[in-house]
Design a protein around this ligand. Structure first.
Ligand code: IPE
Ligand code: IPE
Ligand code: MG
Length: 242
């Protein structure tokens, strides 16, 4: 039993990946614009990161923008990109305070230049920290990640640096966006949708999945603790018998 001043968890996941869904519906239910929902969602990130630090969750991956989200109206995309920049500027001090390293996953070169600059700056400023890692999935698609890895491998084979028979799961995994980050132990999706929506297709192979009807801006510490308790009750077998 792992003891925390406030809560006792059976087991704490090392890596939690979250599909932060439901900002739009949360706002609509309150008669607000979707953008207000995204603002409330960004506020909630701070709360969840703090709880992760307190409870010992070392890696947190947040699905912030998918490759498919580029299909949204341009004003919503603009608002999301500007929120991202604001979030990084506002949270940087907190990253230093808690020695949290910022990482990203996805086709980052798709993002506006100013967002890319801000990401690169904060990543560089926090690269030495090892207390915990925040991985932002931006312009991320699980299929895109697998395709990008396949292309890198194909190039190596083409120029004779690799043999086809050398390609196995371990080698393939090494060409994904962040091969050093362990696979998520727990994947959480808010808002009642029971699907993956192209999130971490490779990495979620053996993750425990947790779905809740709560909209992302309302996913507070108590809701997060429920997910971690549920994780602690799961028996992970990885195909073996126990
Ligand atoms: C999740 O909330 C945030 C992003 C996808 C950027 P949504 O914007 O998908 O909210 P709903 O699903 O429409 O309620
Ligand atoms: C998934 O949510 C992407 C993010 C949370 C960033 P979506 O709202 O885009 O997914 P669908 O369209 O409901 O599958
Ligand atoms: Mg959604």
């Amino acid at each position: 039993m792992i003891k925390h001043p406030e809560i006792k968890f059976e087991k704490v996941p090392c890596h939690v990946a979250i599909i932060m869904d439901g900002n739009g519906r949360w706002a609509k239910a309150k008669g607000l614009s979707r953008v207000k929902g995204h603002e409330a969602g960004a506020e909630n990130v701070r709360r969840i990161l703090k709880a992760s630090r307190r409870w010992g969750v070392k890696y947190v991956t947040l699905y912030a923008f998918s490759v498919e989200n580029w299909a949204r109206p341009s004003f919503e995309i603009k608002a999301l990109m500007s929120l991202l920049e604001h979030f990084l500027k506002r949270e940087e001090a907190e990253f230093h305070e808690s020695r949290l390293r910022l990482r990203v996953t996805g086709r980052i070169s798709d993002l506006p230049r100013s967002a890319q600059r801000e990401i690169a700056r904060v990543m560089k400023a926090t690269e030495k920290y090892d207390e915990g890692q925040l991985v932002l999935a931006l312009s991320y698609g699980g299929r895109a990640e697998i395709v990008d890895a396949a292309k890198k491998i194909a190039e190596k084979v083409k120029c004779g640096e690799m043999n086809v028979n050398d390609i196995d799961e371990k080698c393939f995994g090494g060409y994904l966006y962040n091969p050093d980050i362990p696979d998520p132990d727990l994947m959480v999706r808010t808002s009642g949708e029971i699907r993956i929506s192209n999130f971490l297709l490779w990495e979620l192979s053996y993750s425990e999945l947790y779905f809740t009807d709560v909209m992302w801006p309302d996913f507070n510490d108590d809701e997060y603790a429920k997910a971690i308790h549920e994780y602690g009750r799961r028996q992970r077998r990885f195909g073996d018998v126990k």
